[in-house]
Design a protein around this ligand. Structure first.
Ligand code: CU
Length: 82
């Protein structure tokens, strides 16, 4: 599982956030914890694998601009024993 952070230009309000969340869920069927913030200009979600090209294209087609996609290994807290 990875945590993806997508920097998006053009979100202006809660409706934009909802639109972006919808398109992420559509392009990334297994996406979890999909959240977007128009004030920060980012969307985050958890997923195993993402077709980044397809996601960028789908978001652009809606009139927003993807500036960057970052991913990092996501580890649930408390899952590991010392
Ligand atoms: Cu809006």
């Amino acid at each position: 599982m990875k945590k993806y952070t997508v920097k998006i230009d053009g979100m202006m309000c809660g409706m934009c956030e909802a639109h972006i969340n919808d398109v992420i869920r559509k392009i990334v069927p297994g996406a979890k914890k999909v959240t977007s913030s128009h004030s920060k200009g980012i969307s985050t979600f958890l997923a195993e694998e993402v077709n980044e090209e397809k996601l960028i294209q789908a978001i652009s087609e809606m009139g927003y601009t993807v500036l960057d996609i970052e991913s990092e290994e996501y580890k649930k807290k408390g899952l590991f024993f010392h």
